[in-house]
Structures are given as structure tokens and as C-alpha cells.
Design a protein around this ligand. Structure first.
Ligand SMILES: O=C(O)c1ccccc1NCC(=O)[C@H](O)[C@H](O)COP(=O)(O)O
Length: 217
């Protein structure tokens, strides 16, 4: 198994090059003004263009209205849109009909009820991203949730693990959840919004080494 890795909250060409070189599969561009990782639409379009054909680009939106959702898609043409607010399955099903991109839904895991609720999204989106519950921000908080809630859950569609991952806990997280995809933002930063190139490299290396060891068993 070759696990997917998303490095989220990128805002520079250099960080995109490093993510690609380190073997990440996806980059995330956050379009949410309250975030320290916010990129406006023209800058997001530039970065997406820069990454195109080399790594998949995920655009993050939080409770964006239909007009902004359509405008963002048209300007940026991301491979994937990740919805990180309180978007409903019904609304996302409509978006799916209108926009020819993959759609992901992030859910803040508060307990077993969140896992149950995730099933409501199965027909509306292409992947569920399990994250820590929102605190000051809906995502990119650097906090984790109880991974035991995920372990053994019968996922019906592709999924990813996010929330407070870092170099110190990634192996434990993988052993506990066997997540097919991991997503990281704060854990590869030197300060909020500033990516640390070495940490990106080390994080990807740790995930790849874990895969290699597991595949050789
Ligand atoms: O990263 C942000 O600032 C952000 C703001 C608003 C909504 C979502 C956001 N990030 C979403 C992500 O996919 C993050 O990678 C995910 O929440 C994990 O973040 P972290 O705990 O910092 O690794």
C-alpha cells in the first residue's frame, strides 16, 4: 500500500516543489480569510497553475455560498474541493452535480456519533477527512482527536486522517488507524502559516518508511 499524503495550507512555489519532491500526493490551498494560511483566489489560481500536472491540488472552502463556490472553482480549477464547514450532504450533492471536480468533506470528530454521521455523506462526496473538532478555526488547529474512534470503523468510501499529526505521532497514528491518507498542516510549520521545508520532507519520509516496512512484512 502506498499511502497518500496531503500537505495543507501551502502559499509558496517553494513549498509546492518540496512537497512534490518529498513524495506527497496532494497539496491544499486554504481560501478562508480568518486562516493564517489564507490565499486569495488569484494567488490560489497561480499556485494551482504552478502545481498542475505534478501533484493534485485541493482547494479548501468553509461554508462558502454557491456563488463563491462556483467562482472559486472557475478561477482555480482545482482537482478537488474540500469543504471544511457545516455543509450538509444535500448541499454537497447539488454541488457535485454542478462542478466536475472531486469533492471531499471534513468532519470534526467529537465521538462515535460523528462516524455515524459521516455515512450520510457517502453518496454526496468522494472522500471523508476526519479532523479534530473546530476550536478557534475549523481546521489547521494542530489538535488531535481520539484515533481509537476511527480504528476498526467500516468506512464505505475513501477517507483521510487529519488533526494534530506531526513527526512525533505519525507512526502511532498509522499503527492505530491504518489510514490510507494523512493530512498535515501545523505539524510541518515553524509558525502558523509558515511552512518548514525540512519538516515537510521528514514527515513524508516517515510515512514512506512506514509503508515500506509494512509492505515488506
Ligand atoms: O489550515 C487552515 O488554516 C484551515 C482553516 C480553515 C479550514 C480548514 C483549514 N485546514 C484544513 C486542513 O485540511 C488541515 O490540514 C487539517 O485541518 C489539519 O490541520 P493540522 O491539525 O494543523 O495538521
Amino acid at each position: 500500500m502506498s499511502r497518500l499524503i496531503k500537505i495543507c495550507g501551502l502559499s509558496t512555489e517553494e513549498s509546492i516543489d518540496v512537497a512534490i519532491d518529498a513524495g506527497a500526493s496532494h497539496i491544499g490551498l486554504v481560501h478562508f480569510e480568518k486562516s493564517p494560511r489564507h490565499v486569495d483566489l488569484p494567488r490560489a489560481a497561480q499556485l494551482r497553475q504552478y502545481a498542475a500536472g505534478r501533484i493534485k491540488t485541493v482547494l479548501l472552502l468553509v461554508n462558502a455560498d454557491p456563488r463563491l463556490t462556483a467562482e472559486a472553482y472557475q478561477q482555480i480549477q482545482p482537482d478537488i474541493i474540500q469543504f471544511h464547514g457545516t455543509e450538509t450532504p444535500e448541499w454537497l450533492a447539488l454541488v457535485h452535480k454542478a462542478i466536475p471536480a472531486e469533492l471531499w468533506k471534513a468532519l470534526g470528530v467529537q465521538g462515535p456519533q460523528t462516524l455515524q454521521r459521516s455515512l450520510d455523506y457517502d453518496d454526496a462526496v468522494d472522500r471523508i477527512l476526519y479532523d479534530a473538532p473546530a476550536v478557534a478555526l475549523p481546521g489547521g488547529t494542530g489538535t488531535s482527536f481520539d484515533w481509537g474512534l476511527i480504528s476498526g470503523f467500516d468506512h464505505q468510501i475513501p477517507w483521510a486522517l487529519a488533526g494534530g499529526l506531526n513527526l512525533d505521532n505519525i507512526i502511532t497514528a498509522l499503527m492505530q488507524t491504518n489510514a490510507p491518507m494523512v493530512d498535515i498542516s501545523s505539524g510541518v510549520e515553524s509558525e502558523p502559516g509558515k511552512k518548514d521545508m525540512d519538516k515537510i520532507r521528514q514527515f513524508c519520509q516517515a510515512v514512506h518508511s512506514f509503508d515500506k516496512e509494512q509492505n515488506s512484512d
